[in-house]
Design a protein around this ligand. Sequence first.
Ligand code: FES
Length: 276
Amino acid sequence: MWDYTDKLKELFRNPKNVGEIENPDAVGEVGSIVCGDALKLMLRIDRETNRIVDAKFQTFGCASAIASSSALTELIKGKTIDEALTVTNKDIAEYLGGMPKEKMHCSVMGREALEAAIANYRGEAPLPETKEHIVCQCFEVSEEKIRKVALENRLTTVEEITDYTKAGGGCGTCIPRIEDILKDLWSVKPPEQPRERKKLTNLQKIALIQDVIEKEIRPVLQADDGDLELIDVDGSRVIVALRAMCVGCPMGGITLESIEEKLRELVDEEITVEAG
Ligand code: FES
């Protein structure tokens, strides 16, 4: 029996914003009934202000999926789409007063539906997920999703990946590959919890960024025939160029996210990394 909070139980028994929006401005559909959970999120968006004026959902899933979807719609209503995109799966879980760790994949599904709906509103094509990028066949979980969820939630074990994505929770065939991904992701050193840092001057910050790139990031990329060049530092914006085998790599976006995570961990948590 899962240890659900009162808030989660309340939103399961009396979910908010269940149903359909007629002719929605955005639709995000994630998961599949075959895999046990599916969520369809519909948004009414004021096109003048890009503000979400209504959000409704339909879901096939457990109590946590229903409560998470309710929480998501409550969290994003009234926000602009840019503000809504700052809502993370952790925010959804916190809104519910916490969730059993085995059910965190429901909060991740909510965040994914939000991203899919906003991409739909913006006319962006969904990310292609080719067969070779699917790591877990049982739950159709891609390598990109495993890396993204691990980075965003600082996950380091297969068990945690299963809790947050379901990958590895079926036949178990994919577990060695998940272990390899985690080893690769955290190969420099295990993620540390955020700690107090002393304020750096601009020159100190630039020097530290250069040092981390040279000692921690480039050797990892070069081991896979890739490389990176630091182009500029503008406040907390770090502009880099991917080089060698990293140029044109379909995982380039994930590589930039990993670099950003590493610089936030070791230099400044405000840092953003972009390709120049
Ligand atoms: S392939 Fe991942 S659990 Fe079966």
